[in-house]
Design a protein around this ligand. Structure first.
Ligand SMILES: *[C@@H]1O[C@H](CO)[C@@H](O)[C@H](O)[C@H]1NC(C)=O
Ligand SMILES: *[C@@H]1O[C@H](CO)[C@@H](O)[C@H](O)[C@H]1NC(C)=O
Ligand SMILES: *[C@@H]1O[C@H](CO)[C@@H](O)[C@H](O)[C@H]1NC(C)=O
Ligand SMILES: *[C@@H]1O[C@H](CO)[C@@H](O)[C@H](O)[C@H]1NC(C)=O
Ligand SMILES: *[C@@H]1O[C@H](CO)[C@@H](O)[C@H](O)[C@H]1NC(C)=O
Length: 224
């Protein structure tokens, strides 16, 4: 009995010690944020500055608690995650960390300068087809090719090609938004050697960089 009590006390202590506190934006523009205690399953603090260029151009600052399944990039490291289909580009500077208040910093917006590379820009879904080339911007140094089935009330095939950052290709095992997309294939080509990663359907893993569903979601929801 004493042992159980001691153990449960230790557990309670650990539990309270491990409740992470992160800055959380108090307004849409994130001009102000406050320190909040994160829900139990949120083990990361995230700060991100995202730009979306497409039908609308927007820059959004995000500061929040995040599950580690979404904050997959290395801790305490600012990284740029970017995808560019030509018709829409979503790019994010983001930092994930796991100590109290570590996401206070407001990151700069990611670079939008052309870097000299170019990829096929291809989008096709539900009768919409776009086929041209796109200039890669900032850290985008890979040409991606993606196909999958979008899951919803109506399932349909989507094929996308464009520029992306290497980390999207590297994290692809964790990028599958399987709740929304039934992955068919994902290829990244860095000259001179192409690398193909083919994923099985219906993986249980729903870990993803937040950019990918954003990009796909925007593509799917805004352009149809
Ligand atoms: C962060 O702020 C948003 C709205 O500003 C609120 O809905 C959310 O509950 C806050 N998160 C936490 C963990 O307090
Ligand atoms: C920032 O948000 C905090 C918490 O919601 C609030 O107490 C404070 O007054 C706000 N500051 C400004 C400058 O809006
Ligand atoms: C968005 O930005 C692009 C390039 O910077 C520009 O060509 C386009 O006109 C802008 N669109 C809107 C709606 O402001
Ligand atoms: C958060 O950053 C702001 C602006 O850089 C600074 O004024 C503020 O003191 C910081 N707050 C904490 C708790 O570090
Ligand atoms: C896209 O256009 C190029 C050149 O116009 C053409 O060769 C290619 O077959 C087209 N791709 C698709 C999938 O239609």
């Amino acid at each position: 009995m004493k042992l159980i009590l001691t153990l449960s006390l230790i557990c309670t202590r650990f539990y309270s010690v491990e409740m992470l506190q992160c800055f959380n934006c108090t307004d849409a523009a994130c001009t102000n944020s406050s320190l909040v205690t994160c829900p139990a399953l949120n083990e990361r603090c995230l700060t991100a500055t995202r730009t979306i260029k497409g039908p609308d151009n927007t820059t959004v600052v995000l500061k929040m608690c995040s599950p580690s399944s979404i904050c997959v990039t290395p801790l305490n490291t600012e990284v740029t995650v970017s995808g560019n289909l030509g018709i829409i580009r979503a790019s994010s500077n983001q930092l994930c960390c796991n100590t109290n208040g570590c996401n206070n910093e407001t990151l700069s917006a990611p670079s939008s300068l052309a870097n000299g590379r170019q990829c096929t820009s291809y989008s096709s879904f539900q009768g919409f087809v776009h086929n041209s080339t796109v200039a890669c911007l900032g850290v985008e140094d890979q040409c991606l090719s993606f196909s999958g089935n979008v899951l919803g009330s109506i399932n349909y095939m989507v094929n996308l090609q464009g520029c992306t950052s290497t980390n999207v290709c590297n994290y692809i095992d964790q990028l599958l938004p399987s709740r929304y997309i039934n992955f068919v294939q994902f290829t990244c080509n860095t000259a001179p050697l192409p690398v193909t990663v083919t994923k099985a359907h219906n993986t249980a893993c729903s870990i993803r960089l937040s950019l990918v569903p954003l990009l796909l979601g925007l593509t799917i929801s805004k352009l149809i």
